[in-house]
Design a protein around this ligand. Sequence first.
Ligand code: HSE
Length: 403
Amino acid sequence: MINIAVLGYGVVGSGVVEVIGHNHEEVSRKAGEEVRVRYILDLRDFPGDPYEDRIIHDFNTILNDPEIAIVCEVMGGTGAAYQFTRQLLEAGKSVCTSNKELVAKHGAEFLELAAARHCNYMFEASVGGGIPIIRSVNTALTAEKIESVTAILNGTTNYILTRMAGEGADYGQALKQAQELGYAERNPEADVEGYDACRKLAILSSLIKGKNVDAGQIYTEGITGITGADFEYARMEGLVIKQLAIGKMEEDGSVLAMVAPFLLSEEHPLAAVNDVFNAVLVTGNMLGDVIFYGRGAGKLPTASAVVADVIDCAKHRGKNVICIWDREAAKAADVTDTKRRFFLRAKADTRKAVEETFAGGKSITLPGVENEFGFFTRELEEKDFDAKCKSMGDAVLNRIRLL
Ligand code: HSE
């Protein structure tokens, strides 16, 4: 019998219990022994819940139980979750988590600790929800020199952008739906301002680089500035708007990492990734492109990834599975040095100035719209683009990068 504990009985925690219950035979057969949830730690009581008898409030019960070798940390945050994870790993208990904030911040530290204590710290569910991207980077793609990842890593924002593009739903309405579906973070600012995708990109880039990519150094922009008008211009040009997370391993050893809304061709494989789905396009030097696609948020897909880690930990009891992510900081490349095209919307009476300032670009107008126009620049360095925008005062209403 493999007894496990679950820290946090929220959306993902209840999903973990449900996956183990629903797929009990499957999970136990693959783990090699019956898997049973012995404890569920939460501050709350759950009267009437089928697992009511497993709810406990004292973490030490789990820490001091020698029969608990695997713990799922699905409580989120970096406070108690950090302390608990450290204590568990120090005690030689493996930890499986969906807590991307904690993994992004302390992944290298916990991996080091797990290796020293011959146990494991696994975090498949922390990036891309149910998509098996972490394990793929660590195993199936391990012979590759990964050159870049271009990804949709936040289900909530992808859901919002899909609703806005398709039904013309307004931003607030779409966010509310995403929250009701259990996709959004407790504080949805983490989703819509890009912080959640930034943390996931930090994890992915760190694993690819093998060094620590600090989330705080990743250029991050949210989707709150995107309006219905942006979608109309995009549609006219055969483009879609997606919130992308891009990690590029540069020749000089630095990592170029950014999260921002991008315009991309309708033909691009990521353009067809809609609703809560996430996708990660990985480019390897031998393999070329490979895409991972699936549900990036939601109770059961995320929980399924946590339980997969539980099975992996069960199969490797007493043995650390190597995962290379050193504490050493990866060098961050400067986004403002990169070159790309930009789309901007500007006030109609500034058209001449915009066309002169961004010579070589193309203006477009929306039928029936007279107070503004759209403009696609030629390829420019980010810092050059920013300086030109600044030089025109408040003429520019919004701008979006082109992939
Ligand atoms: N809020 C996250 C998202 C949950 O929308 O992608 C999954 O990490």
